[in-house]
Structure formats: C-alpha cells, structure tokens
Design a protein around this ligand. Sequence first.
Ligand code: ATP
Ligand code: MP5
Length: 277
Amino acid sequence: MSYVKALTIAGSDSGGGAGIQADLKTFQELDVYGTSAITALTAQNTLGVQGVYPASPEALKAQISSVMSDIGADAVKTGMLFDEERIKIVADFASKEDFPPLIVDPVMIATSGDQLLEEKAEKALIKKLFPHAALITPNIPEAEALTGKKAGTLQTRKEIMRDLISFGAEAVLLKGGHEEGTDWITDILYDGAAFHYYHVPKLDTPHTHGTGCTYSAAITAYMAKGKALHDAVYSSKAFIHLALSEARSAGEGAGPVYHAAHRGENRASVHVEVEQE
Ligand SMILES: Nc1ncnc2c1ncn2[C@@H]1O[C@H](COP(=O)(O)OP(=O)(O)OP(=O)(O)O)[C@@H](O)[C@H]1O
Ligand SMILES: Cc1ncc(COP(=O)(O)O)c(N)n1
C-alpha cells in the first residue's frame, strides 16, 4: 500500500501560519503525505514579514527533482514563488507530460501588506505557469492586478474570470474574503462551462493568517485523493470555513487558522448555487 501524496512549492513562514507550514499541516489533517520545495525563507510572525531570503535557483530545482524522481505526487500546489526566475523553474517541471494536476495560488501580497512576488513577475505567472494549471485561486486584489479590471459587481467578476481562463488555466476560483460591507462571503469557481457559487456567512475574526494557503492546500489534498474539482472545492470550503471559525490568537497580530478544527464535532455549512454559462 502506498500513500496519497501532494507536493507544495512555496515559501516558508517561520511563524507557522501560512506558506509551506500551513500546506503541510493541511495535507496531514486530510491524511495526505506532504512533501515540499521551498522557494524562499521568510522571517515572519503574526505582525508581518520581517525578511525574505530566496532559495537559490539550483536549490529550488534540486528539491523538486528529488521529490518527483522518487516519491512523486498525486497533485502539486504552488504558493509564494517570489520572482520570474523561480516561476520559470516551476513551469519547466509543470510542462512535462506526466506532471500531476497543478493548483496555482498566485500569492502576491501577504495579509500584512508585505510583497511576496515581485511586481514584474506577474506576466511570467500568467504566461508561463497558468497554462499548466488545473486551477488558479486568486483573491480579489490578485485577480484585479492580473487582469487590470475592477471586481466591483458580479458582472465584472465574471468578466475577470473569463479573462483569467483565457490565459490557459482549466479553471479559476475567485475568493471573496476581501469583500467589504457584506454579511455573506462568496467564492466563485468557473471552469468555462458554469459558475459555481459557494456562499458562507462572513466571520468576524481578526485571525485570518494563512486562509488562502490552507484553502488551496486542502483543494490540492482532495484532488490528490481523486475528488473531482467541484467536490474538492466544496470540501475544502467547508474545511477552511471551520478552520477560520475556530481560529485563535498566537502572538500580537492576525492569528493563524485552526487546521485541526475538523477533528471536533462542529461542521460548516456551505450554500452552493450553479449557473450555466
Ligand atoms: N471573514 C471571513 N469570513 C468567512 N470566510 C472568509 C473570511 N475571510 C476569508 N474567508 C474565506 O477564506 C478563504 C481565503 O480567502 P481570501 O480571499 O482571504 O484569500 P487570500 O487573501 O488569498 O487569503 P490570505 O488571507 O491567506 O492571503 C476563502 O474561502 C474566503 O471566502
Ligand atoms: C511564505 C508565505 N506564503 C504565503 C503567505 C500569504 O498568506 P497570508 O496572506 O495569510 O499572510 C505568507 N504570508 N507567507
């Protein structure tokens, strides 16, 4: 018998709430064997990012080679990629025919406001990596930066998602966590054929560190286990909502989500609607 396996290619968060650490915790919680390739070390805590120390291109290549040539992966995710050179390295691996399904979380700016991807690398993300992705998972500011459009209304959100798909990814999940002035939060999944809406009540918590990383890691884990994209997103939405609803403080700033929340009795309820294109 062998493990179900997932690889994360991302930055390390010394504070343990986001990046590689959030991804590996999530994989473990969902009973998936996690491996990692570190793109950059960050000196980070709940208050912000105090330093970024990129891994050398050789070190990044070697980590991915070591994992893929022996252990392999049933699904792969990317998080903080830092710059164009590192994006190209990942894209070279992802372009191989037998590369597993790839989930790209286009991490650009941390909750704390710190820059995790050089601005000039956004084009490389679009051109080199998106064409290999089974799913990309931008939040609203990232989707706006990538398309140059404002996501003010539902119509403009749909337009943005169509634009993002046209860059070559099979599907896009637009996360609504940054929505202001609403009691409900809606994430929208678009696969070129239909829009799937996932509605949840907005949680009033300052402890949102690592939500995006944990969510995309959960999707990766469920896809590694063989779930279809829509099921993987639905299960992951329930996982992140519960983890966020039980998030606690760990330091002076935005605390991390509680990855183990699903072990308890509580369950999240997610309301789903589907609209054909
Ligand atoms: N206050 C909230 N209440 C309910 N769900 C939330 C809240 N904030 C974020 N989420 C959910 O958390 C997930 C991550 O969304 P978000 O838009 O915050 O992504 P992100 O900005 O990439 O995350 P991060 O904060 O890690 O950078 C989404 O499913 C989103 O709907
Ligand atoms: C290494 C790393 N990767 C990703 C994030 C984004 O997570 P968040 O927006 O929750 O800070 C982060 N802060 N650090």
